[in-house]
Ligand binder design. Structure first.
Ligand SMILES: [Zn+2]
Length: 560
């Protein structure tokens, strides 16, 4: 896929900003860059608007990335999509048509502070490097790059009570001590790190200093810290979360959302707070059918969060963006978990969550498979165990592999293929949003200075003009308003008429049925005609304004 920039390394903030500014200055008619927020560390949360023509007058699709600091593949995917659209819009008629029809909003890096810390240090963190529950590091073992190789790996500490031992067949692999394993060398395995305060016995692991989780801070299904770590003191307490919500609310034309995360190689759809069996069947079918395009493009399955992703359906975590979009705004939203190291290394896809958890022996095999994959495909990520004279713990061994750039994100040589897949799916998804079209406008004389005006409107897309049953249930604005503006006297028909809804072709109840017969069942209109009778001399002009919250704003007119 042709792009202006390369996608074989992760962008620091400076590069991301430079590329965004390049796009905005090179394509000023199509690409607008705005800052939604200056973070506490002085970085911008940028939003990009891509549109040929007035962005607010069209249906829109929204993409974001990097809600979680370490999931930098997500922001690379969002950047790739912007780049691909702009680079090819003049040469590829399909892209040109998409940008004419649909506005695309992109917030490529929702947590620039968190991502920068992740990319420029050895640390891993959830969303952002701001102290959360405590202002200072609490006592205990905390993650630190002790051997200064730029990577926080694992640390095996010899202990007679150790729960782990070296695999006798492959000392790079740690295996669990068997229930009858009484003789031998045993280890506790920790993250590479050092101890704040006293070295205790047993060694205490300190809580993370930077524990905020932006995907637990949205104002739908929010719970407190005791239930979902990183929740924050109240919904939208993080300025980044508030900026995103304000952005979505101030762009009511958004009819579809993709939020990029890592990892797993799975496409998730809401609800995440109850079973999909309790949600609208039609909406769930939309999610599955649109998601199937993701499976085609990415090779990733598409599953419901609550039914197939969560391991705990009682004390599940929520307050996530996709649920807020769908369950409080009626906007179909997908969380795309990019990158699938487990599948690639032969461990199988962890989702849908299997009925029986893997055995310890199976997990050990998986660990060995992951190491073998890294050895073959990203040897730089392998960290052979090495003795290290730890200032607090004495002789320990540090090793394992670079989790950040193998498991959490693709090794750099695999990044481009991953973001290309994401772009292909999101652009197909963007084409599903409802879109109004005037299919007929005619006026004819029915008496002396009396005219009948007829207007037909259709929705040309898969999704209906109300986007989801959920939006209707939430009683959010969805009706199409058609307003006649003229000097003529209106004899019949209201000046302002309302079309409650137009279905999309995705609403038609039809399928392969018994006997391989195909039948289209009755469906609600996709196209409707409204009319007025007006009285005015010939030559009077009439204009018509059509406004749909999700399917666009159109203007037309005629002369009597
Ligand atoms: Zn995530």
């Amino acid at each position: 896929m042709k792009t202006t920039f390369t996608y074989d390394d992760y962008y620091t903030y400076a590069t991301l900003e430079e590329h965004l500014q390049f796009f905005a200055s090179t394509y000023p008619q199509v690409c607008q860059l705005e800052s939604l927020l200056v973070t506490p560390k002085g970085r911008h949360v940028y939003a990009v608007t891509l549109s040929i023509g007035d962005p607010a007058a069209k249906p829109a699709y929204y993409i974001d990335g990097n809600t979680h600091a370490g999931e930098v593949t997500g922001s690379m995917a969002a950047m790739h999509t912007i780049d691909y659209l702009l680079t090819n819009m003049d040469s590829d008629p399909k892209i040109h048509a998409l940008l004419e029809r649909v506005t695309i909003y992109v917030i490529p890096r929702l947590s620039p502070d968190g991502a920068e810390r992740y990319l420029t240090s050895a640390y891993s963190l959830r969303s952002v490097d701001r102290p959360y529950l405590s202002k200072t590091q609490q006592p205990g073992l905390y993650e630190e790059d002790m051997d200064q190789n730029g990577i926080i790996a694992m640390m095996r500490v010899p202990s007679p009570y150790g729960a782990w031992k070296k695999d006798p067949h492959n000392e790079a692999v740690m295996i669990k001590r068997a229930p009858d394993d009484l003789e031998g060398e045993f280890y506790q395995v920790y993250a590479e790190g050092c101890v704040e305060g006293e070295v205790t016995n047993p060694l205490k692991v300190a809580p993370a200093l930077w524990g905020l989780d932006f995907n637990r801070n949205y104002p739908f299904g929010w719970y407190t810290e005791n239930r979902q770590p990183g929740a924050g003191p109240y919904p939208l307490s993080n300025p980044e979360n508030k900026a995103v919500v304000d952005f979505v609310l101030s762009h009511p034309n958004i009819g579809g959302v993709a939020t990029h995360h890592t990892n797993g190689g799975i496409i998730l759809y809401p609800p995440g707070t109850q079973s999909s069996s309790k949600a609208s069947k039609k909406d769930m079918r939309f999610f599955r059918e649109i998601g199937a395009m993701g499976t085609e493009e990415m090779g990733y399955g598409c599953i419901n969060i609550f039914d197939s992703f969560f391991t705990d359906q009682e004390a599940y975590s929520s307050g996530a963006f996709d649920d807020w979009c769908y369950q409080s705004q009626g906007i179909p939203a997908y969380t795309i978990e990019l990158w699938d190291l487990e599948v690639r290394s032969g461990c199988g896809c962890p989702w849908p969550v299997p009925k029986e958890p893997k055995t310890t022996a199976q997990k050990a095999e998986d660990y060995a498979r992951i190491l073998a994959w890294c050895q073959e495909n990203a040897p730089e990520a392998i960290l052979p165990w090495r003795h290290f004279d730890h200032p607090q713990l004495g002789d320990v061994e540090i090793g394992g592999f670079d989790f950040k750039m193998t498991y959490q994100n693709p090794p750099r040589s695999f990044l481009c293929q991953e973001v290309e897949k994401a772009t292909r799916f999101t652009l197909r998804m963007a084409a599903t949003v409802p879109c109004l079209k005037i299919t007929n406008l005619k006026q004819y004389q029915v008496g002396e200075d009396v005219w009948k005006i007829e207007l037909s409107l259709a929705n040309t897309s898969y999704l209906p003009t109300y986007v989801s049953d959920m939006l209707m249930e939430l009683k959010l604005p969805h009706a199409i308003e058609v307003k006649l503006e003229t000097e003529a006297e209106i004899v019949m028909g209201e000046k302002c008429q309302t079309i409650e809804r137009l279905e999309g072709y995705g609403c038609i109840p039809t399928d392969y049925s018994y006997g391989a017969k195909i039948r289209t069942n009755n469906y609600e209109p996709i196209e409707k005609t409204i009319s007025w009778v007006v009285k005015a001399p010939s030559g009077t002009s009439v204009s018509i304004a059509i406004d749909s919250p999700k399917a666009g704003h159109l203007k037309t007119g005629c002369t009597l």
